[in-house]
Design a binder for this molecule. Structure first.
Ligand code: SF4
Ligand code: SF4
Length: 217
């Protein structure tokens, strides 16, 4: 408006409906504007999609625009930002693999209400089955549900890998169910799976980008 008010000739692209003019793509622009540029210059859009695919992003993320997310779920991250986690949607199931310390994760997941799988090869919480080798699967559901589950799983994996023994989780439990022995967290049977200790963990809150921190009990 200032430019127009001063009678200066504005960049014609503004009159074509664009708001951010400079880099392609501008990382701060919205997806709609990127696609508008894509309509004007399909070759640019195709190059960008190819680049995203080359960086390992799924076609689903590319199509839905979730390649821009920093963490799954509300306000959340794209799975491509979850180092060590990969997944595919196979029919009705999401299947993937995540780096974790399974023994620690199994103990910590008691706070999430986990149960052993019937075959005893892993654990299950929130409908997510995780096995000792880090492979996992769950029902695909809708995009939001999928992102939430990936976030939960990622937060647990990060906690299992990067717990540094700060002890913050111990003070969160009204049941006295969290204990630390030899620098490792153990959850006693008195745990009610309220998740307070999990949500308070700095690894979950910050190290995993907040993924899983907002999960209800
Ligand atoms: S705070 Fe205590 S009761 Fe709640 S999930 Fe953690 S260990 Fe369980
Ligand atoms: S709160 Fe501290 S001690 Fe507890 S799991 Fe997280 S990093 Fe480890």
């Amino acid at each position: 408006m200032y430019v127009l008010g001063e009678g200066v000739e504005a960049n014609a692209l503004y009159e074509m409906g664009l708001e951010r003019i400079g880099c392609w793509p501008c990382p701060a622009t919205d997806v709609a504007e990127m696609e508008a540029v894509g309509d004007m210059h399909p070759e640019l859009w195709a190059r960008w999609r190819d680049a995203l695919a080359g960086w390992g992003m799924s076609q689903e993320d590319i199509s839905r625009g979730t390649w821009r997310w920093r963490r799954p779920g509300e306000g959340g991250v794209g799975p491509h930002h979850m180092k060590g986690l990969s997944y595919e949607v196979e029919g009705e199931r999401v299947v993937g693999r995540v780096a974790m310390d399974f023994e620690r994760a199994r103990e910590m997941a008691k706070a999430l209400g986990c149960t052993p799988t019937p075959a005893g090869e892993g654990i299950e919480f929130d409908g997510i089955v995780v096995r000792e080798d880090g492979s996992f699967e769950f029902e695909a559901g809708d995009g939001g549900d999928r992102a939430r589950k990936l976030g939960e799983l990622y937060a647990l994996s990060q906690r299992s890998l990067h717990c540094f023994g700060c002890g913050l989780c111990l003070g969160q439990c009204g049941q006295g169910a969290v204990e630390m022995t030899g620098g490792r967290i153990y959850i006693r049977d008195t745990c009610t799976s309220c998740r307070a200790c999990h949500r308070r963990c700095p690894i979950v809150r910050y190290g995993a980008g907040g993924a899983g921190a907002g999960a209800g009990g």
